[in-house]
Design a protein around this ligand. Structure first.
Ligand code: BGC
Length: 246
């Protein structure tokens, strides 16, 4: 059994994953993300989530930052103590078993490419998650180019996620149409850089696709993510499985 844990801005959610079907093998368990999301507090919360379940051989954990060799390198929406933190090492010690750490959008993308909207899709597929920030996962013929961080492309002199994330929609009290204009501008920019064959749109807001999809006019076909809330958990488990060399 492999446990997937998704560290998000508001909650840390986990569940064991059945890697044959991509379904959760048990109901997921959620703990609120500590208000000060520093390394020690988040590690302790991830540990509590893991302890809720029986012993798992391996654990995969998503994190909303660049992750290179198990080290978190950036902290756009989390406490700065995560910059250069040896996350995989710290979590492996706290959970007393091997832990693989992967960028949250990369994990969601891996899950969608394996079991969801991107299954069997070749060519260039870009998954974008719209939430607290904008996360990205870029695939060529099903293989991930990790840590692309397309949410931080510059748009009108600003970090794109500050204009077009779901949090920006809420913070600036934008109506759906106004927000859709910003998302469209952002997608056109990504489209002009990568010429993708498909966009997969994820994050909580993808559940409300009917509110903004019709207002977006771009060249690239665009579909919503299928695994919704569970994409991070499932992708974390797949990443842990792959890291085990299986
Ligand atoms: C972070 C990314 C993350 C995205 C979505 C961005 O601010 O830099 O690493 O994937 O938010 O959570």
């Amino acid at each position: 059994m492999i446990l997937g844990i998704d560290v998000g801005g508001s909650g840390i959610k986990g569940a064991p994953v059945d890697l044959v079907t991509g379904a959760l093998a048990e109901q997921r368990h959620r703990e609120p993300t500590p208000h000060r999301s520093d390394v020690a507090r988040v590690v302790a919360t991830v540990r509590r989530v893991a302890e809720h379940f029986g012993p798992a051989e391996r654990v995969g954990v998503t994190f909303p930052s660049v992750v290179v060799g198990g080290v978190t390198k950036t902290a756009a929406n989390v406490d700065r103590s995560w910059i250069d933190a040896p996350a995989a090492e710290l979590l492996s010690a706290a959970l007393d078993r091997p832990v693989t750490v992967v960028n949250d959008a990369d994990a969601a993308g891996i899950a969608e490419m394996t079991y969801g909207a991107g299954r069997g899709r070749r060519g260039t597929v870009i998954m974008l998650t719209f939430g607290t920030g904008i996360g990205s996962a870029v695939f060529l013929d099903g293989r991930l180019l990790p840590n692309t961080e397309l949410g931080h492309l510059e748009l009108r002199g600003e970090d794109a996620e500050l204009r077009a994330s779901d949090r920006a929609r809420e913070q600036h009290d934008l109506g759906w149409d106004k927000w859709a204009r910003r998302v469209e501008e952002y997608l056109r920019h990504v489209e002009s850089l990568f010429q993708p064959d498909l966009f997969i749109i994820g994050g909580g807001v993808s559940k409300k696709a009917e509110k903004f999809f019709p207002a977006i006019d771009i060249r690239t076909p665009m579909v919503t993510a299928e695994l919704l809330n569970n994409a991070g958990i499932v992708g974390a488990a797949i990443a842990a499985h792959r890291a085990a060399g299986a």
